[in-house]
Design a protein around this ligand. Structure first.
Ligand code: LIP
Length: 301
């Protein structure tokens, strides 16, 4: 088993993941226009539906059938109390629907996000990442050392090097709704607009937002408060498209830190890091078995 881990380039797993993602997206597309039962998780804006749970279960059981020794970090399994624990084993990091609030409201940016990593690589690039923005039918993927692709076409970050005033910057407000988080996020946007940058955008899914940097359509993306499953797959897609990822404080990217900047160049990433501030968040891997599913209510939308 160890030998196969050392020798493998994981291409077979990537192909399996892409096919599985495409097949499973049918469930999301079929449910997209229907009314959903909405449950709340960590806040009034942190939503989950039966479809999130179903898609995660299907993805995990198909992967487990094919690769019984592989492990998982899945958004909804963690919400139900599972540990965020990265080991040396091959690990699939899954967000079954990134953009659940979009899904609930039929705002057409929802994605399945799947990253794959081995040997506890919290800071290094993933082995591969898949982000399928299924309403748009856009399949982004990248494999370590082999480039990034959108529907089979190679991706390249914008190449913007220094002039932040010519940048389009993507961000997310996120699900945090306490005063400190809100004032930090709104003042970050204020400071960027005052530079002024060309524009600030938010699509409602961290995974798809971050892929815009890989396409060159945006020059930078930053987010505070998201989780590893939101950004693990798109982090390698950005890197393989020639972009960079780092922590918002300028330190190396750490998928568990709940802070990220992705940018077309180190210069742009550093400049964003000088402008924005973070608010405190518990690391995803702190306190490894925490249950954020408080059963706070059920709504229909
Ligand atoms: C969501 C993100 C969204 C972000 C939220 C949340 P979910 O993921 O992708 O962009 O702002 O904080 O993490 O819950 O829809 O998978």
């Amino acid at each position: 088993h160890l030998f196969s881990i050392i020798m493998s380039d994981w291409t077979e797993c990537l192909k399996f993941g892409i096919n599985l993602t495409k097949q499973t997206s049918e469930i999301i597309l079929n449910a997209f226009k229907q009314q959903k039962q909405v449950h709340l998780k960590s806040s009034q804006a942190d939503l989950v539906t039966e479809t999130d749970l179903r898609v995660e279960t299907i993805l995990k059981s198909a992967i487990r059938d094919k690769y019984p020794v592989h492990r998982f970090i899945g958004e909804e399994s963690v919400a139900a109390g599972e540990c965020v624990e990265l080991t040396d084993s091959p690990t699939w990091i899954i967000d079954p629907i990134d953009g659940t609030a979009n899904f609930v409201h039929r705002f057409p940016f929802v994605a399945i996000s799947i990253a794959f990593t081995v040997n506890k690589q919290v800071k290094a690039p993933m082995e591969f990442g898949i982000v399928y923005s299924c309403v748009e039918d856009k399949l982004f993927y990248a494999q370590k050392g082999r480039g990034a692709f959108l529907n089979g076409e190679p991706l390249n970050a914008s190449g913007q090097e220094v002039d932040i005033s010519r940048c389009v910057v993507v961000t997310e407000i996120g699900a945090e709704r306490d005063d400190l988080a809100l004032s930090t996020m709104t003042s970050n946007i204020f400071r960027l607009l005052r530079i002024p940058v060309h524009g600030v955008r938010a699509l409602g899914t961290a995974a798809v937002d971050m892929c815009q940097v890989a396409t060159g359509g945006a020059d930078a993306y930053y987010h505070i408060g998201m989780h590893c499953w939101d950004i693990a797959a798109s982090s390698i897609i950005v890197q393989e498209a020639g972009g960079v990822v780092m922590d918002t404080d300028g330190s190396p990217f750490d998928m568990m830190s709940r802070r990220v900047i992705a940018a077309s160049s180190t210069a742009v990433a550093n400049r964003i890091s000088q402008v924005i501030q973070a608010f405190p968040c518990r690391r995803d891997d702190e306190d490894q078995c925490r249950c954020i599913c408080g059963g706070k209510g059920v709504n229909s939308v």
